[in-house]
Write a protein that binds this ligand. Sequence first.
Ligand SMILES: O=C(O)CCC(=O)C(=O)O
Ligand SMILES: [Fe+2]
Length: 344
Amino acid sequence: MSSNPDMASVQELVKSDPSQVPGKFLVNRNEEDEPKSVLSSKIPIIDLSLLSRGQKEELDKLDQACKEWGFFQVLNHGVAAEVLQEMKDATAKFFQLPLEEKNKIRMASGGFEGYGQVDGVTRGETMDWSDQLVLTLYPAQYRMLNSWPTEPEGYKEAIEAYSSEVKRVGEELLRSLSLIMGMEKHTLLELHKELLQTLRVNYIPPCSMPDKVLGLSPHSDASTITILMQEDNVTRLQIRKEGEWVPVKPIPNALVVNVGDAIGIWSNGNYKSIEHRAVANEGKLRISYASFLFPHVDVEVGPFDHMVESSRMYKKVKYGDYLTTALKNKLKGKAHTEMAKTGS
Ligand SMILES: O=C(O)CCC(=O)C(=O)O
Ligand SMILES: [Fe+2]
């Protein structure tokens, strides 16, 4: 992801002329590409409090969810509703600030943090119908504080409060994942050397031609896991299940979790890091909050021997190299995963 400082934000574009959709945003979407909602209600729901107690049935459910879906919604995660709400309220206020104000923390060209857009046009690709705010949260010493919003008042604190809760939930999930992957509770976390956490806020404005654009192009996440907060009552996230797009209907106060590529590789593909995308809609703005948890760049990620049944689907890759490839291939389906495949 890189950002062109001269490019107006999608939000500004809509503000100046809601009927206008420049060609660089137009994508070809055909009939098969349209979502089928029949499977929506089947997306697994996991109770974190049961996982934390080590309840066998819930762990089995998590195992199934990772194998069959790679996506699940988490309830009883213990994050206070106010913490979620304050994050949403402060973020809404941030995006309402004038462009000059948001531009104070504009993502540098070729950089990854701050306020900006996913710019694919320079690579001959279409652009996503969204603006972003990207920040590194943990380890705290990696924070680039000059990319952090100084307004609205209390936003930094809201981000911090929300993210420290996401970290707790993430670590809890990684302990359960470690168990269902046949290891000690702490093994997976230890393998990370350092657990990194980045936040991407996705701002998808309404669009007069919602079927002709994508809020976020199809991609799988390069992370270990991703923890996503959606808005209630706005369904925009779709996940690819057996070739079909399945909408993920928000459950109030639930967190959506997906298996990222690192777990996909460690589990030799037993756990699915699946493609997902976000669509726009004519009437309503939608903001989402994706927290990516991932290992230190020096960590070698390869299939665990005990999870390889017949053939090894992936080779060992240095996570930093993998991440760089993923960032360069930004949101191009699963193209970036090729580098870790055996035979590549
Ligand atoms: O907006 C969403 O629901 C999905 C966000 C996402 O996939 C991402 O930021 O990687
Ligand atoms: Fe994603």
